[in-house]
Write a protein that binds this ligand. Structure first.
Ligand SMILES: [Zn+2]
Length: 269
């Protein structure tokens, strides 16, 4: 069985022979097929040209990306807790050095993800780390491009992953789009990992809410209101987005509330 990786989005596909004709993630209107057409990289090729990078963002939190950048520049976040470690989001590759480094910090209890654009190498990571369960919202199972016995669907809007670490399914960008609450992060003030369920934007202290980021299709105001209401119920002060430079270090809850107001005001004006 060969593993083929979409060069544009980083999704994995298992195939007995040639790569598939299309990438279903890129064909969707929330991504795009690049001008030059669909391109694939064999997993072994990617492993010989790319490696993971590693940076500690705060105590008990590590960011793991891929260098040089592949796909949409996904990164994973490793949360260390007394009850076991959690991997939030994923990257298209996991190199051996990084795997060993992760395992030295203790076993990963679960892999959970913000949305399908970060599913990428989740099955490879799960297998390399000892068959870690992959929690996916039931609604987004149709977007899985490489299936696995380790995938565990979850239903509803909230799921306690471990004590003090909770998934909240907010929808919007995808029906299953989620955020992860880490209660003791940011010096006990609470952290929210958002992927792009809520997108941290360049204007400092602001976020946005889109159905499609590359194609600039906004979410309707009723959806933004609903998401803002759900987020208002979560206690947190800091946000880490899906990408390395996307974060709001404090007062992030206010940032989400005022960004939702701004979005709604502009769409309704
Ligand atoms: Zn793709």
């Amino acid at each position: 069985m060969s593993i083929w990786i979409c060069k544009a989005c980083g999704s994995h596909y298992a195939s007995n022979d040639a790569p598939p004709a299309h990438c279903s993630i890129c064909d969707d209107e929330r991504q795009f097929v690049p001008e030059g057409g669909q391109e694939w990289i064999a997993r072994e090729t990617l492993a010989s040209t790319h490696e993971n990078d590693w940076s500690e963002l705060e105590p008990n939190l590590v960011s793991i990306g891929v260098s040089p950048t592949i796909g949409i520049g996904q990164r994973a976040l490793l949360v260390l807790s007394l009850h076991g470690n959690v991997l939030w989001d994923c990257t298209p590759i996991l190199d051996e050095t990084t795997r060993d480094r992760i395992l030295m910090l203790g076993s990963i209890k679960v892999i959970c993800l913000s949305h399908p654009h970060f599913y990428t190498g989740m099955v490879e990571w799960s297998e390399a780390l000892g068959g870690v369960p992959i929690l996916l919202p039931q609604a987004d199972l149709p977007y899985v491009t490489r299936t696995s016995e380790h995938i565990r669907p979850w239903l509803g809007d909230r799921y306690e992953v471990l004590p003090g670490i909770n998934l909240h399914r907010l929808g919007g960008h995808f029906e299953g789009s989620s955020v992860l609450e880490w209660e003791v992060g940011a010096d006990q003030n609470g952290v929210l990992f958002v992927g792009d369920t809520v997108q941290v934007v360049p204007g400092r202290g602001w976020v946005s809410f889109m159905y499609s980021y590359p194609n600039l299709i906004p979410l309707p105001t009723r959806e933004v209101r609903r998401i803002a209401r759900r987020i208002a119920e979560i206690r947190f002060d800091r946000i880490y987005g899906g990408w390395r430079d996307k974060f709001i270090s404090n007062n992030a809850k206010e940032s989400v509330a005022r960004s939702a107001e701004r979005h709604i005001r502009r769409l309704e004006s």
